[in-house]
Design a protein around this ligand. Sequence first.
Ligand code: FES
Ligand SMILES: [Fe+2]
Length: 434
Amino acid sequence: MTILAGQQVDQRARRPDVRPDDQRDLAGLLGRRLPGHALEAPFYLSDEVFALDVAAIFARHWIFVATEPEVREPGDFVTVDLGPYSLIVVRDDEGRVRALHNVCRHRGSRVLTEPRGCVGNLVCGYHQWTYGTDGALLHAGHQAPDFDPNRLGLKAVAVRVVHGLVFVCLADQPPDDFDEVAARIDAYLAPHQLHRTRVAAQEDLVEEANWKLVMENNRECYHCETGHPELTCTFFPTYGYTLEDLPDRLLPAHARYLRAEGELERVCDERGIPYAAIEEIDTRPSAFRIQREALDGAGESYTTDGSVASRRLLGDLDTPRLGRLSLHHQPSSWFHFLSDHAVTFAVLPLAPDRTLVRTTWLVHEDAVEGVDYELDRLTEVWRQTNVQDRVLVARAQAGVASPAYEPGPYAPNEYQVDAFCTWYVDRLREHLRT
Ligand code: FES
Ligand SMILES: [Fe+2]
């Protein structure tokens, strides 16, 4: 589909996130997108596109921002920045998880400045306006008699907790397909009982790249064989290949994969645990992919020999050999659920060329460090993998900034990258149409 000048340009002229001067460029960029090829450079470099990404993608879709164990008790909070937005995710005094804009209703100051903590109330440090954990304004000193605190609570943001994963949506009317997505992934996530986990570790990495390069990098394992020695101890490097595309050197790994997959399916079938792939990554607003797949080695977890990192399995699981349940949710998150721990990844855009990747490792709430697991072993594979990916995406960002860059073709095993870009371009077109 091609976006042409004309009526759409006139509509965009009224949009605060798109300056009139940018309209032809944006329409041209979107119209020129060549399926099967990488995006053009301005998608990764331009301030205007970044503003549009915030408005069309991050302010309009369900965004994974935290795990429920991070806000376990009333008053527990985390703050999350999404481009220019700052949000507070907090458990209120009634035990509900809420999301609030971190913008004081007095003169706009950030209310909370720490990344996480526990508070009785939310107190703005500027003039001490005080809000309850539900966002209601409780106290504002020295006001005129007609001051109405009921109209000045912190602005609420839509929030959904799905099996311990906290999603927010900044839109007044969030995409209504999220309920269906939550229902479709429910049986996959349920055995891991994330609400009965706790955070063993969390790591923030600022990557010197546009958020889409971070996501695109995660959507393929073309680079894994050479780029991720620790990950490929257990993650089959055959990921994304069809049998026809498979290089000869990967035939032994494929044979191991088939054996491990057969065993995994038997273990899952015995327990009624679903594993089949659902892949809807370019056909809906709340695009997602979920599948349980076998791991190499001992087949249990993301360690260098594939055996569990924590002896205390999640939920009521009675076997460690459950491979990896991998969930990808657009625009900005992916997850791996193992028998013994879970790892979540939130991609939070900071600027056109800077992105925060927040990785969180969760273990059973009763697992004891030093007894049931060692932190280094639990986190080693993804700490190393993240650092390796950070180098790769920073190189990609530097490369697309060169005037010599032109979008190259995706390989067949990068089909998910292509689908991600198709979804992204379609979402921008949809935004500019409305
Ligand atoms: S800006 Fe928050 S109390 Fe004044
Ligand atoms: Fe990678």
